[in-house]
Design a protein around this ligand. Structure first.
Ligand code: ADP
Ligand code: ADP
Length: 235
């Protein structure tokens, strides 16, 4: 449903982070981009969310077209949510307000000058409930643990009611137990809602348990593509 067609990324300064790459991401599947730091995982995710344009080739979404078209990019972004390595929460705001900020992406310009609607609040609290944090809705965001803050990041993404989730190293800052919980919640929510998720990780063990499909990335190219079980044979 979303894919790269011979897409490459060369950053200003001439460094090629991704050589021309073809890949399709299937609807409703969790794909992990697995590889060491500097492999090109973030560059793939930046192509998929439009943060960098392809230097060559195209990023295409089925039913919408090439994201080069501004209207296609707009439609794509409205249904795509991001989860970051650092949660990017505003510490002095409440947890609920941080999730409501995620709703901004779904708001029209008119709604941005109105207070959040009852519907926005309900959607945001429901999203917090799905990561077990509804009871913390009115606490300040900086009062939560690192793992809880990352899970607020999931709730903020879900409050946008996306069909695609893009996550760049979402567990990089977490201890193993928090990482396990984070990926468990993310996997359950993606499966329940039939979401398409593309998540970069560098830990093989987490990737194996979390992914439907693993795409190994190294030196700016794809070196493996298959189900987690096939990774054993490969390694
Ligand atoms: P990963 O996410 O796997 O760590 P990246 O896609 O971030 O890999 O990086 C791939 C390569 O591109 C690395 O060598 C990195 O240093 C380089 N790179 C990433 N971002 C930029 C940038 N904004 N400008 C120049 N080089 C970059
Ligand atoms: P990640 O692990 O997500 O790839 P990095 O630590 O590689 O993150 O990069 C952090 C930030 O620095 C990113 O925004 C990336 O674009 C930028 N960056 C990475 N490598 C370079 C580089 N060689 N030149 C300029 N910016 C870079």
């Amino acid at each position: 449903m979303l894919g790269l067609q011979q897409a490459s990324v060369t950053y200003p300064g001439g460094r090629t982070a991704l050589t021309p790459t073809d890949i399709q991401f299937a609807e409703g599947q969790i794909t992990v981009l697995l590889g060491p730091s500097g492999a090109g995982k973030s560059s793939i995710l930046r192509l998929l969310n439009g943060l960098v344009p392809p230097s060559q080739g195209a990023v295409v979404r089925k039913g919408i077209g090439s994201l080069e078209q501004p209207l296609a990019m707009r439609a794509h972004r409205l249904s795509t949510a991001m989860i970051f390595q650092q949660h990017h929460l505003i510490g002095r705001l409440t947890v609920l307000d941080n999730v409501l900020l995620g709703r901004l992406g779904a708001w029209s310009w008119l709604q941005t000058i109105l207070p959040p609607s009852r519907r926005d609040r309900l959607l945001s609290i429901a999203a917090l409930d799905r990561v077990g944090l509804a009871a913390r809705a009115l606490d300040r965001a900086d009062g939560l643990s690192g793992g809880e803050q990352q899970r607020v990041g999931i709730a903020r993404a879900m409050a946008q009611r996306p069909s695609i989730i893009l996550a760049d190293e979402p567990i990089a800052s977490l201890d193993p137990a928090s990482a396990e919980r984070m990926l468990g919640d993310l996997r359950r929510i993606c499966c329940d809602d039939g979401l398409t998720a593309i998540v970069s990780l560098h830990q093989v063990e987490f990737a194996r348990r979390f992914a439907d499909r693993i795409v190994g990335v190294r030196h700016g190219g794809i070196v493996f593509d298959g189900p987690p079980a096939a990774l054993d044979d490969h390694a």
